[in-house]
Ligand binder design. Sequence first.
Ligand SMILES: [Zn+2]
Length: 93
Amino acid sequence: MTRYKHKPQRMCVACRKSQDKKSLTRLVRTPEGVVVDQTGKMTGRGAYLHENPECWERGVEKNLEKALNTTLSETNRAELIAFQETFINENED
Ligand SMILES: [Zn+2]
């Protein structure tokens, strides 16, 4: 147990700030579209976003497609936008 243990840093594709992995939510490109990787263990090209409406919406509307080199369908985009509601509740813990 050392206080200096290195934590993996990941960058939010919306605000481009790096933080430790746990503070960010991973999204993964799959053949069915972009999904939220709630386990952090899905394989595939991934990108990270902060769980706040500003980063999330900017990411889903704009940066995510570039980061994942894909195009979101309107349905997929709407699903990802809707996902915000779940993490807002979690943060009220
Ligand atoms: Zn961010």
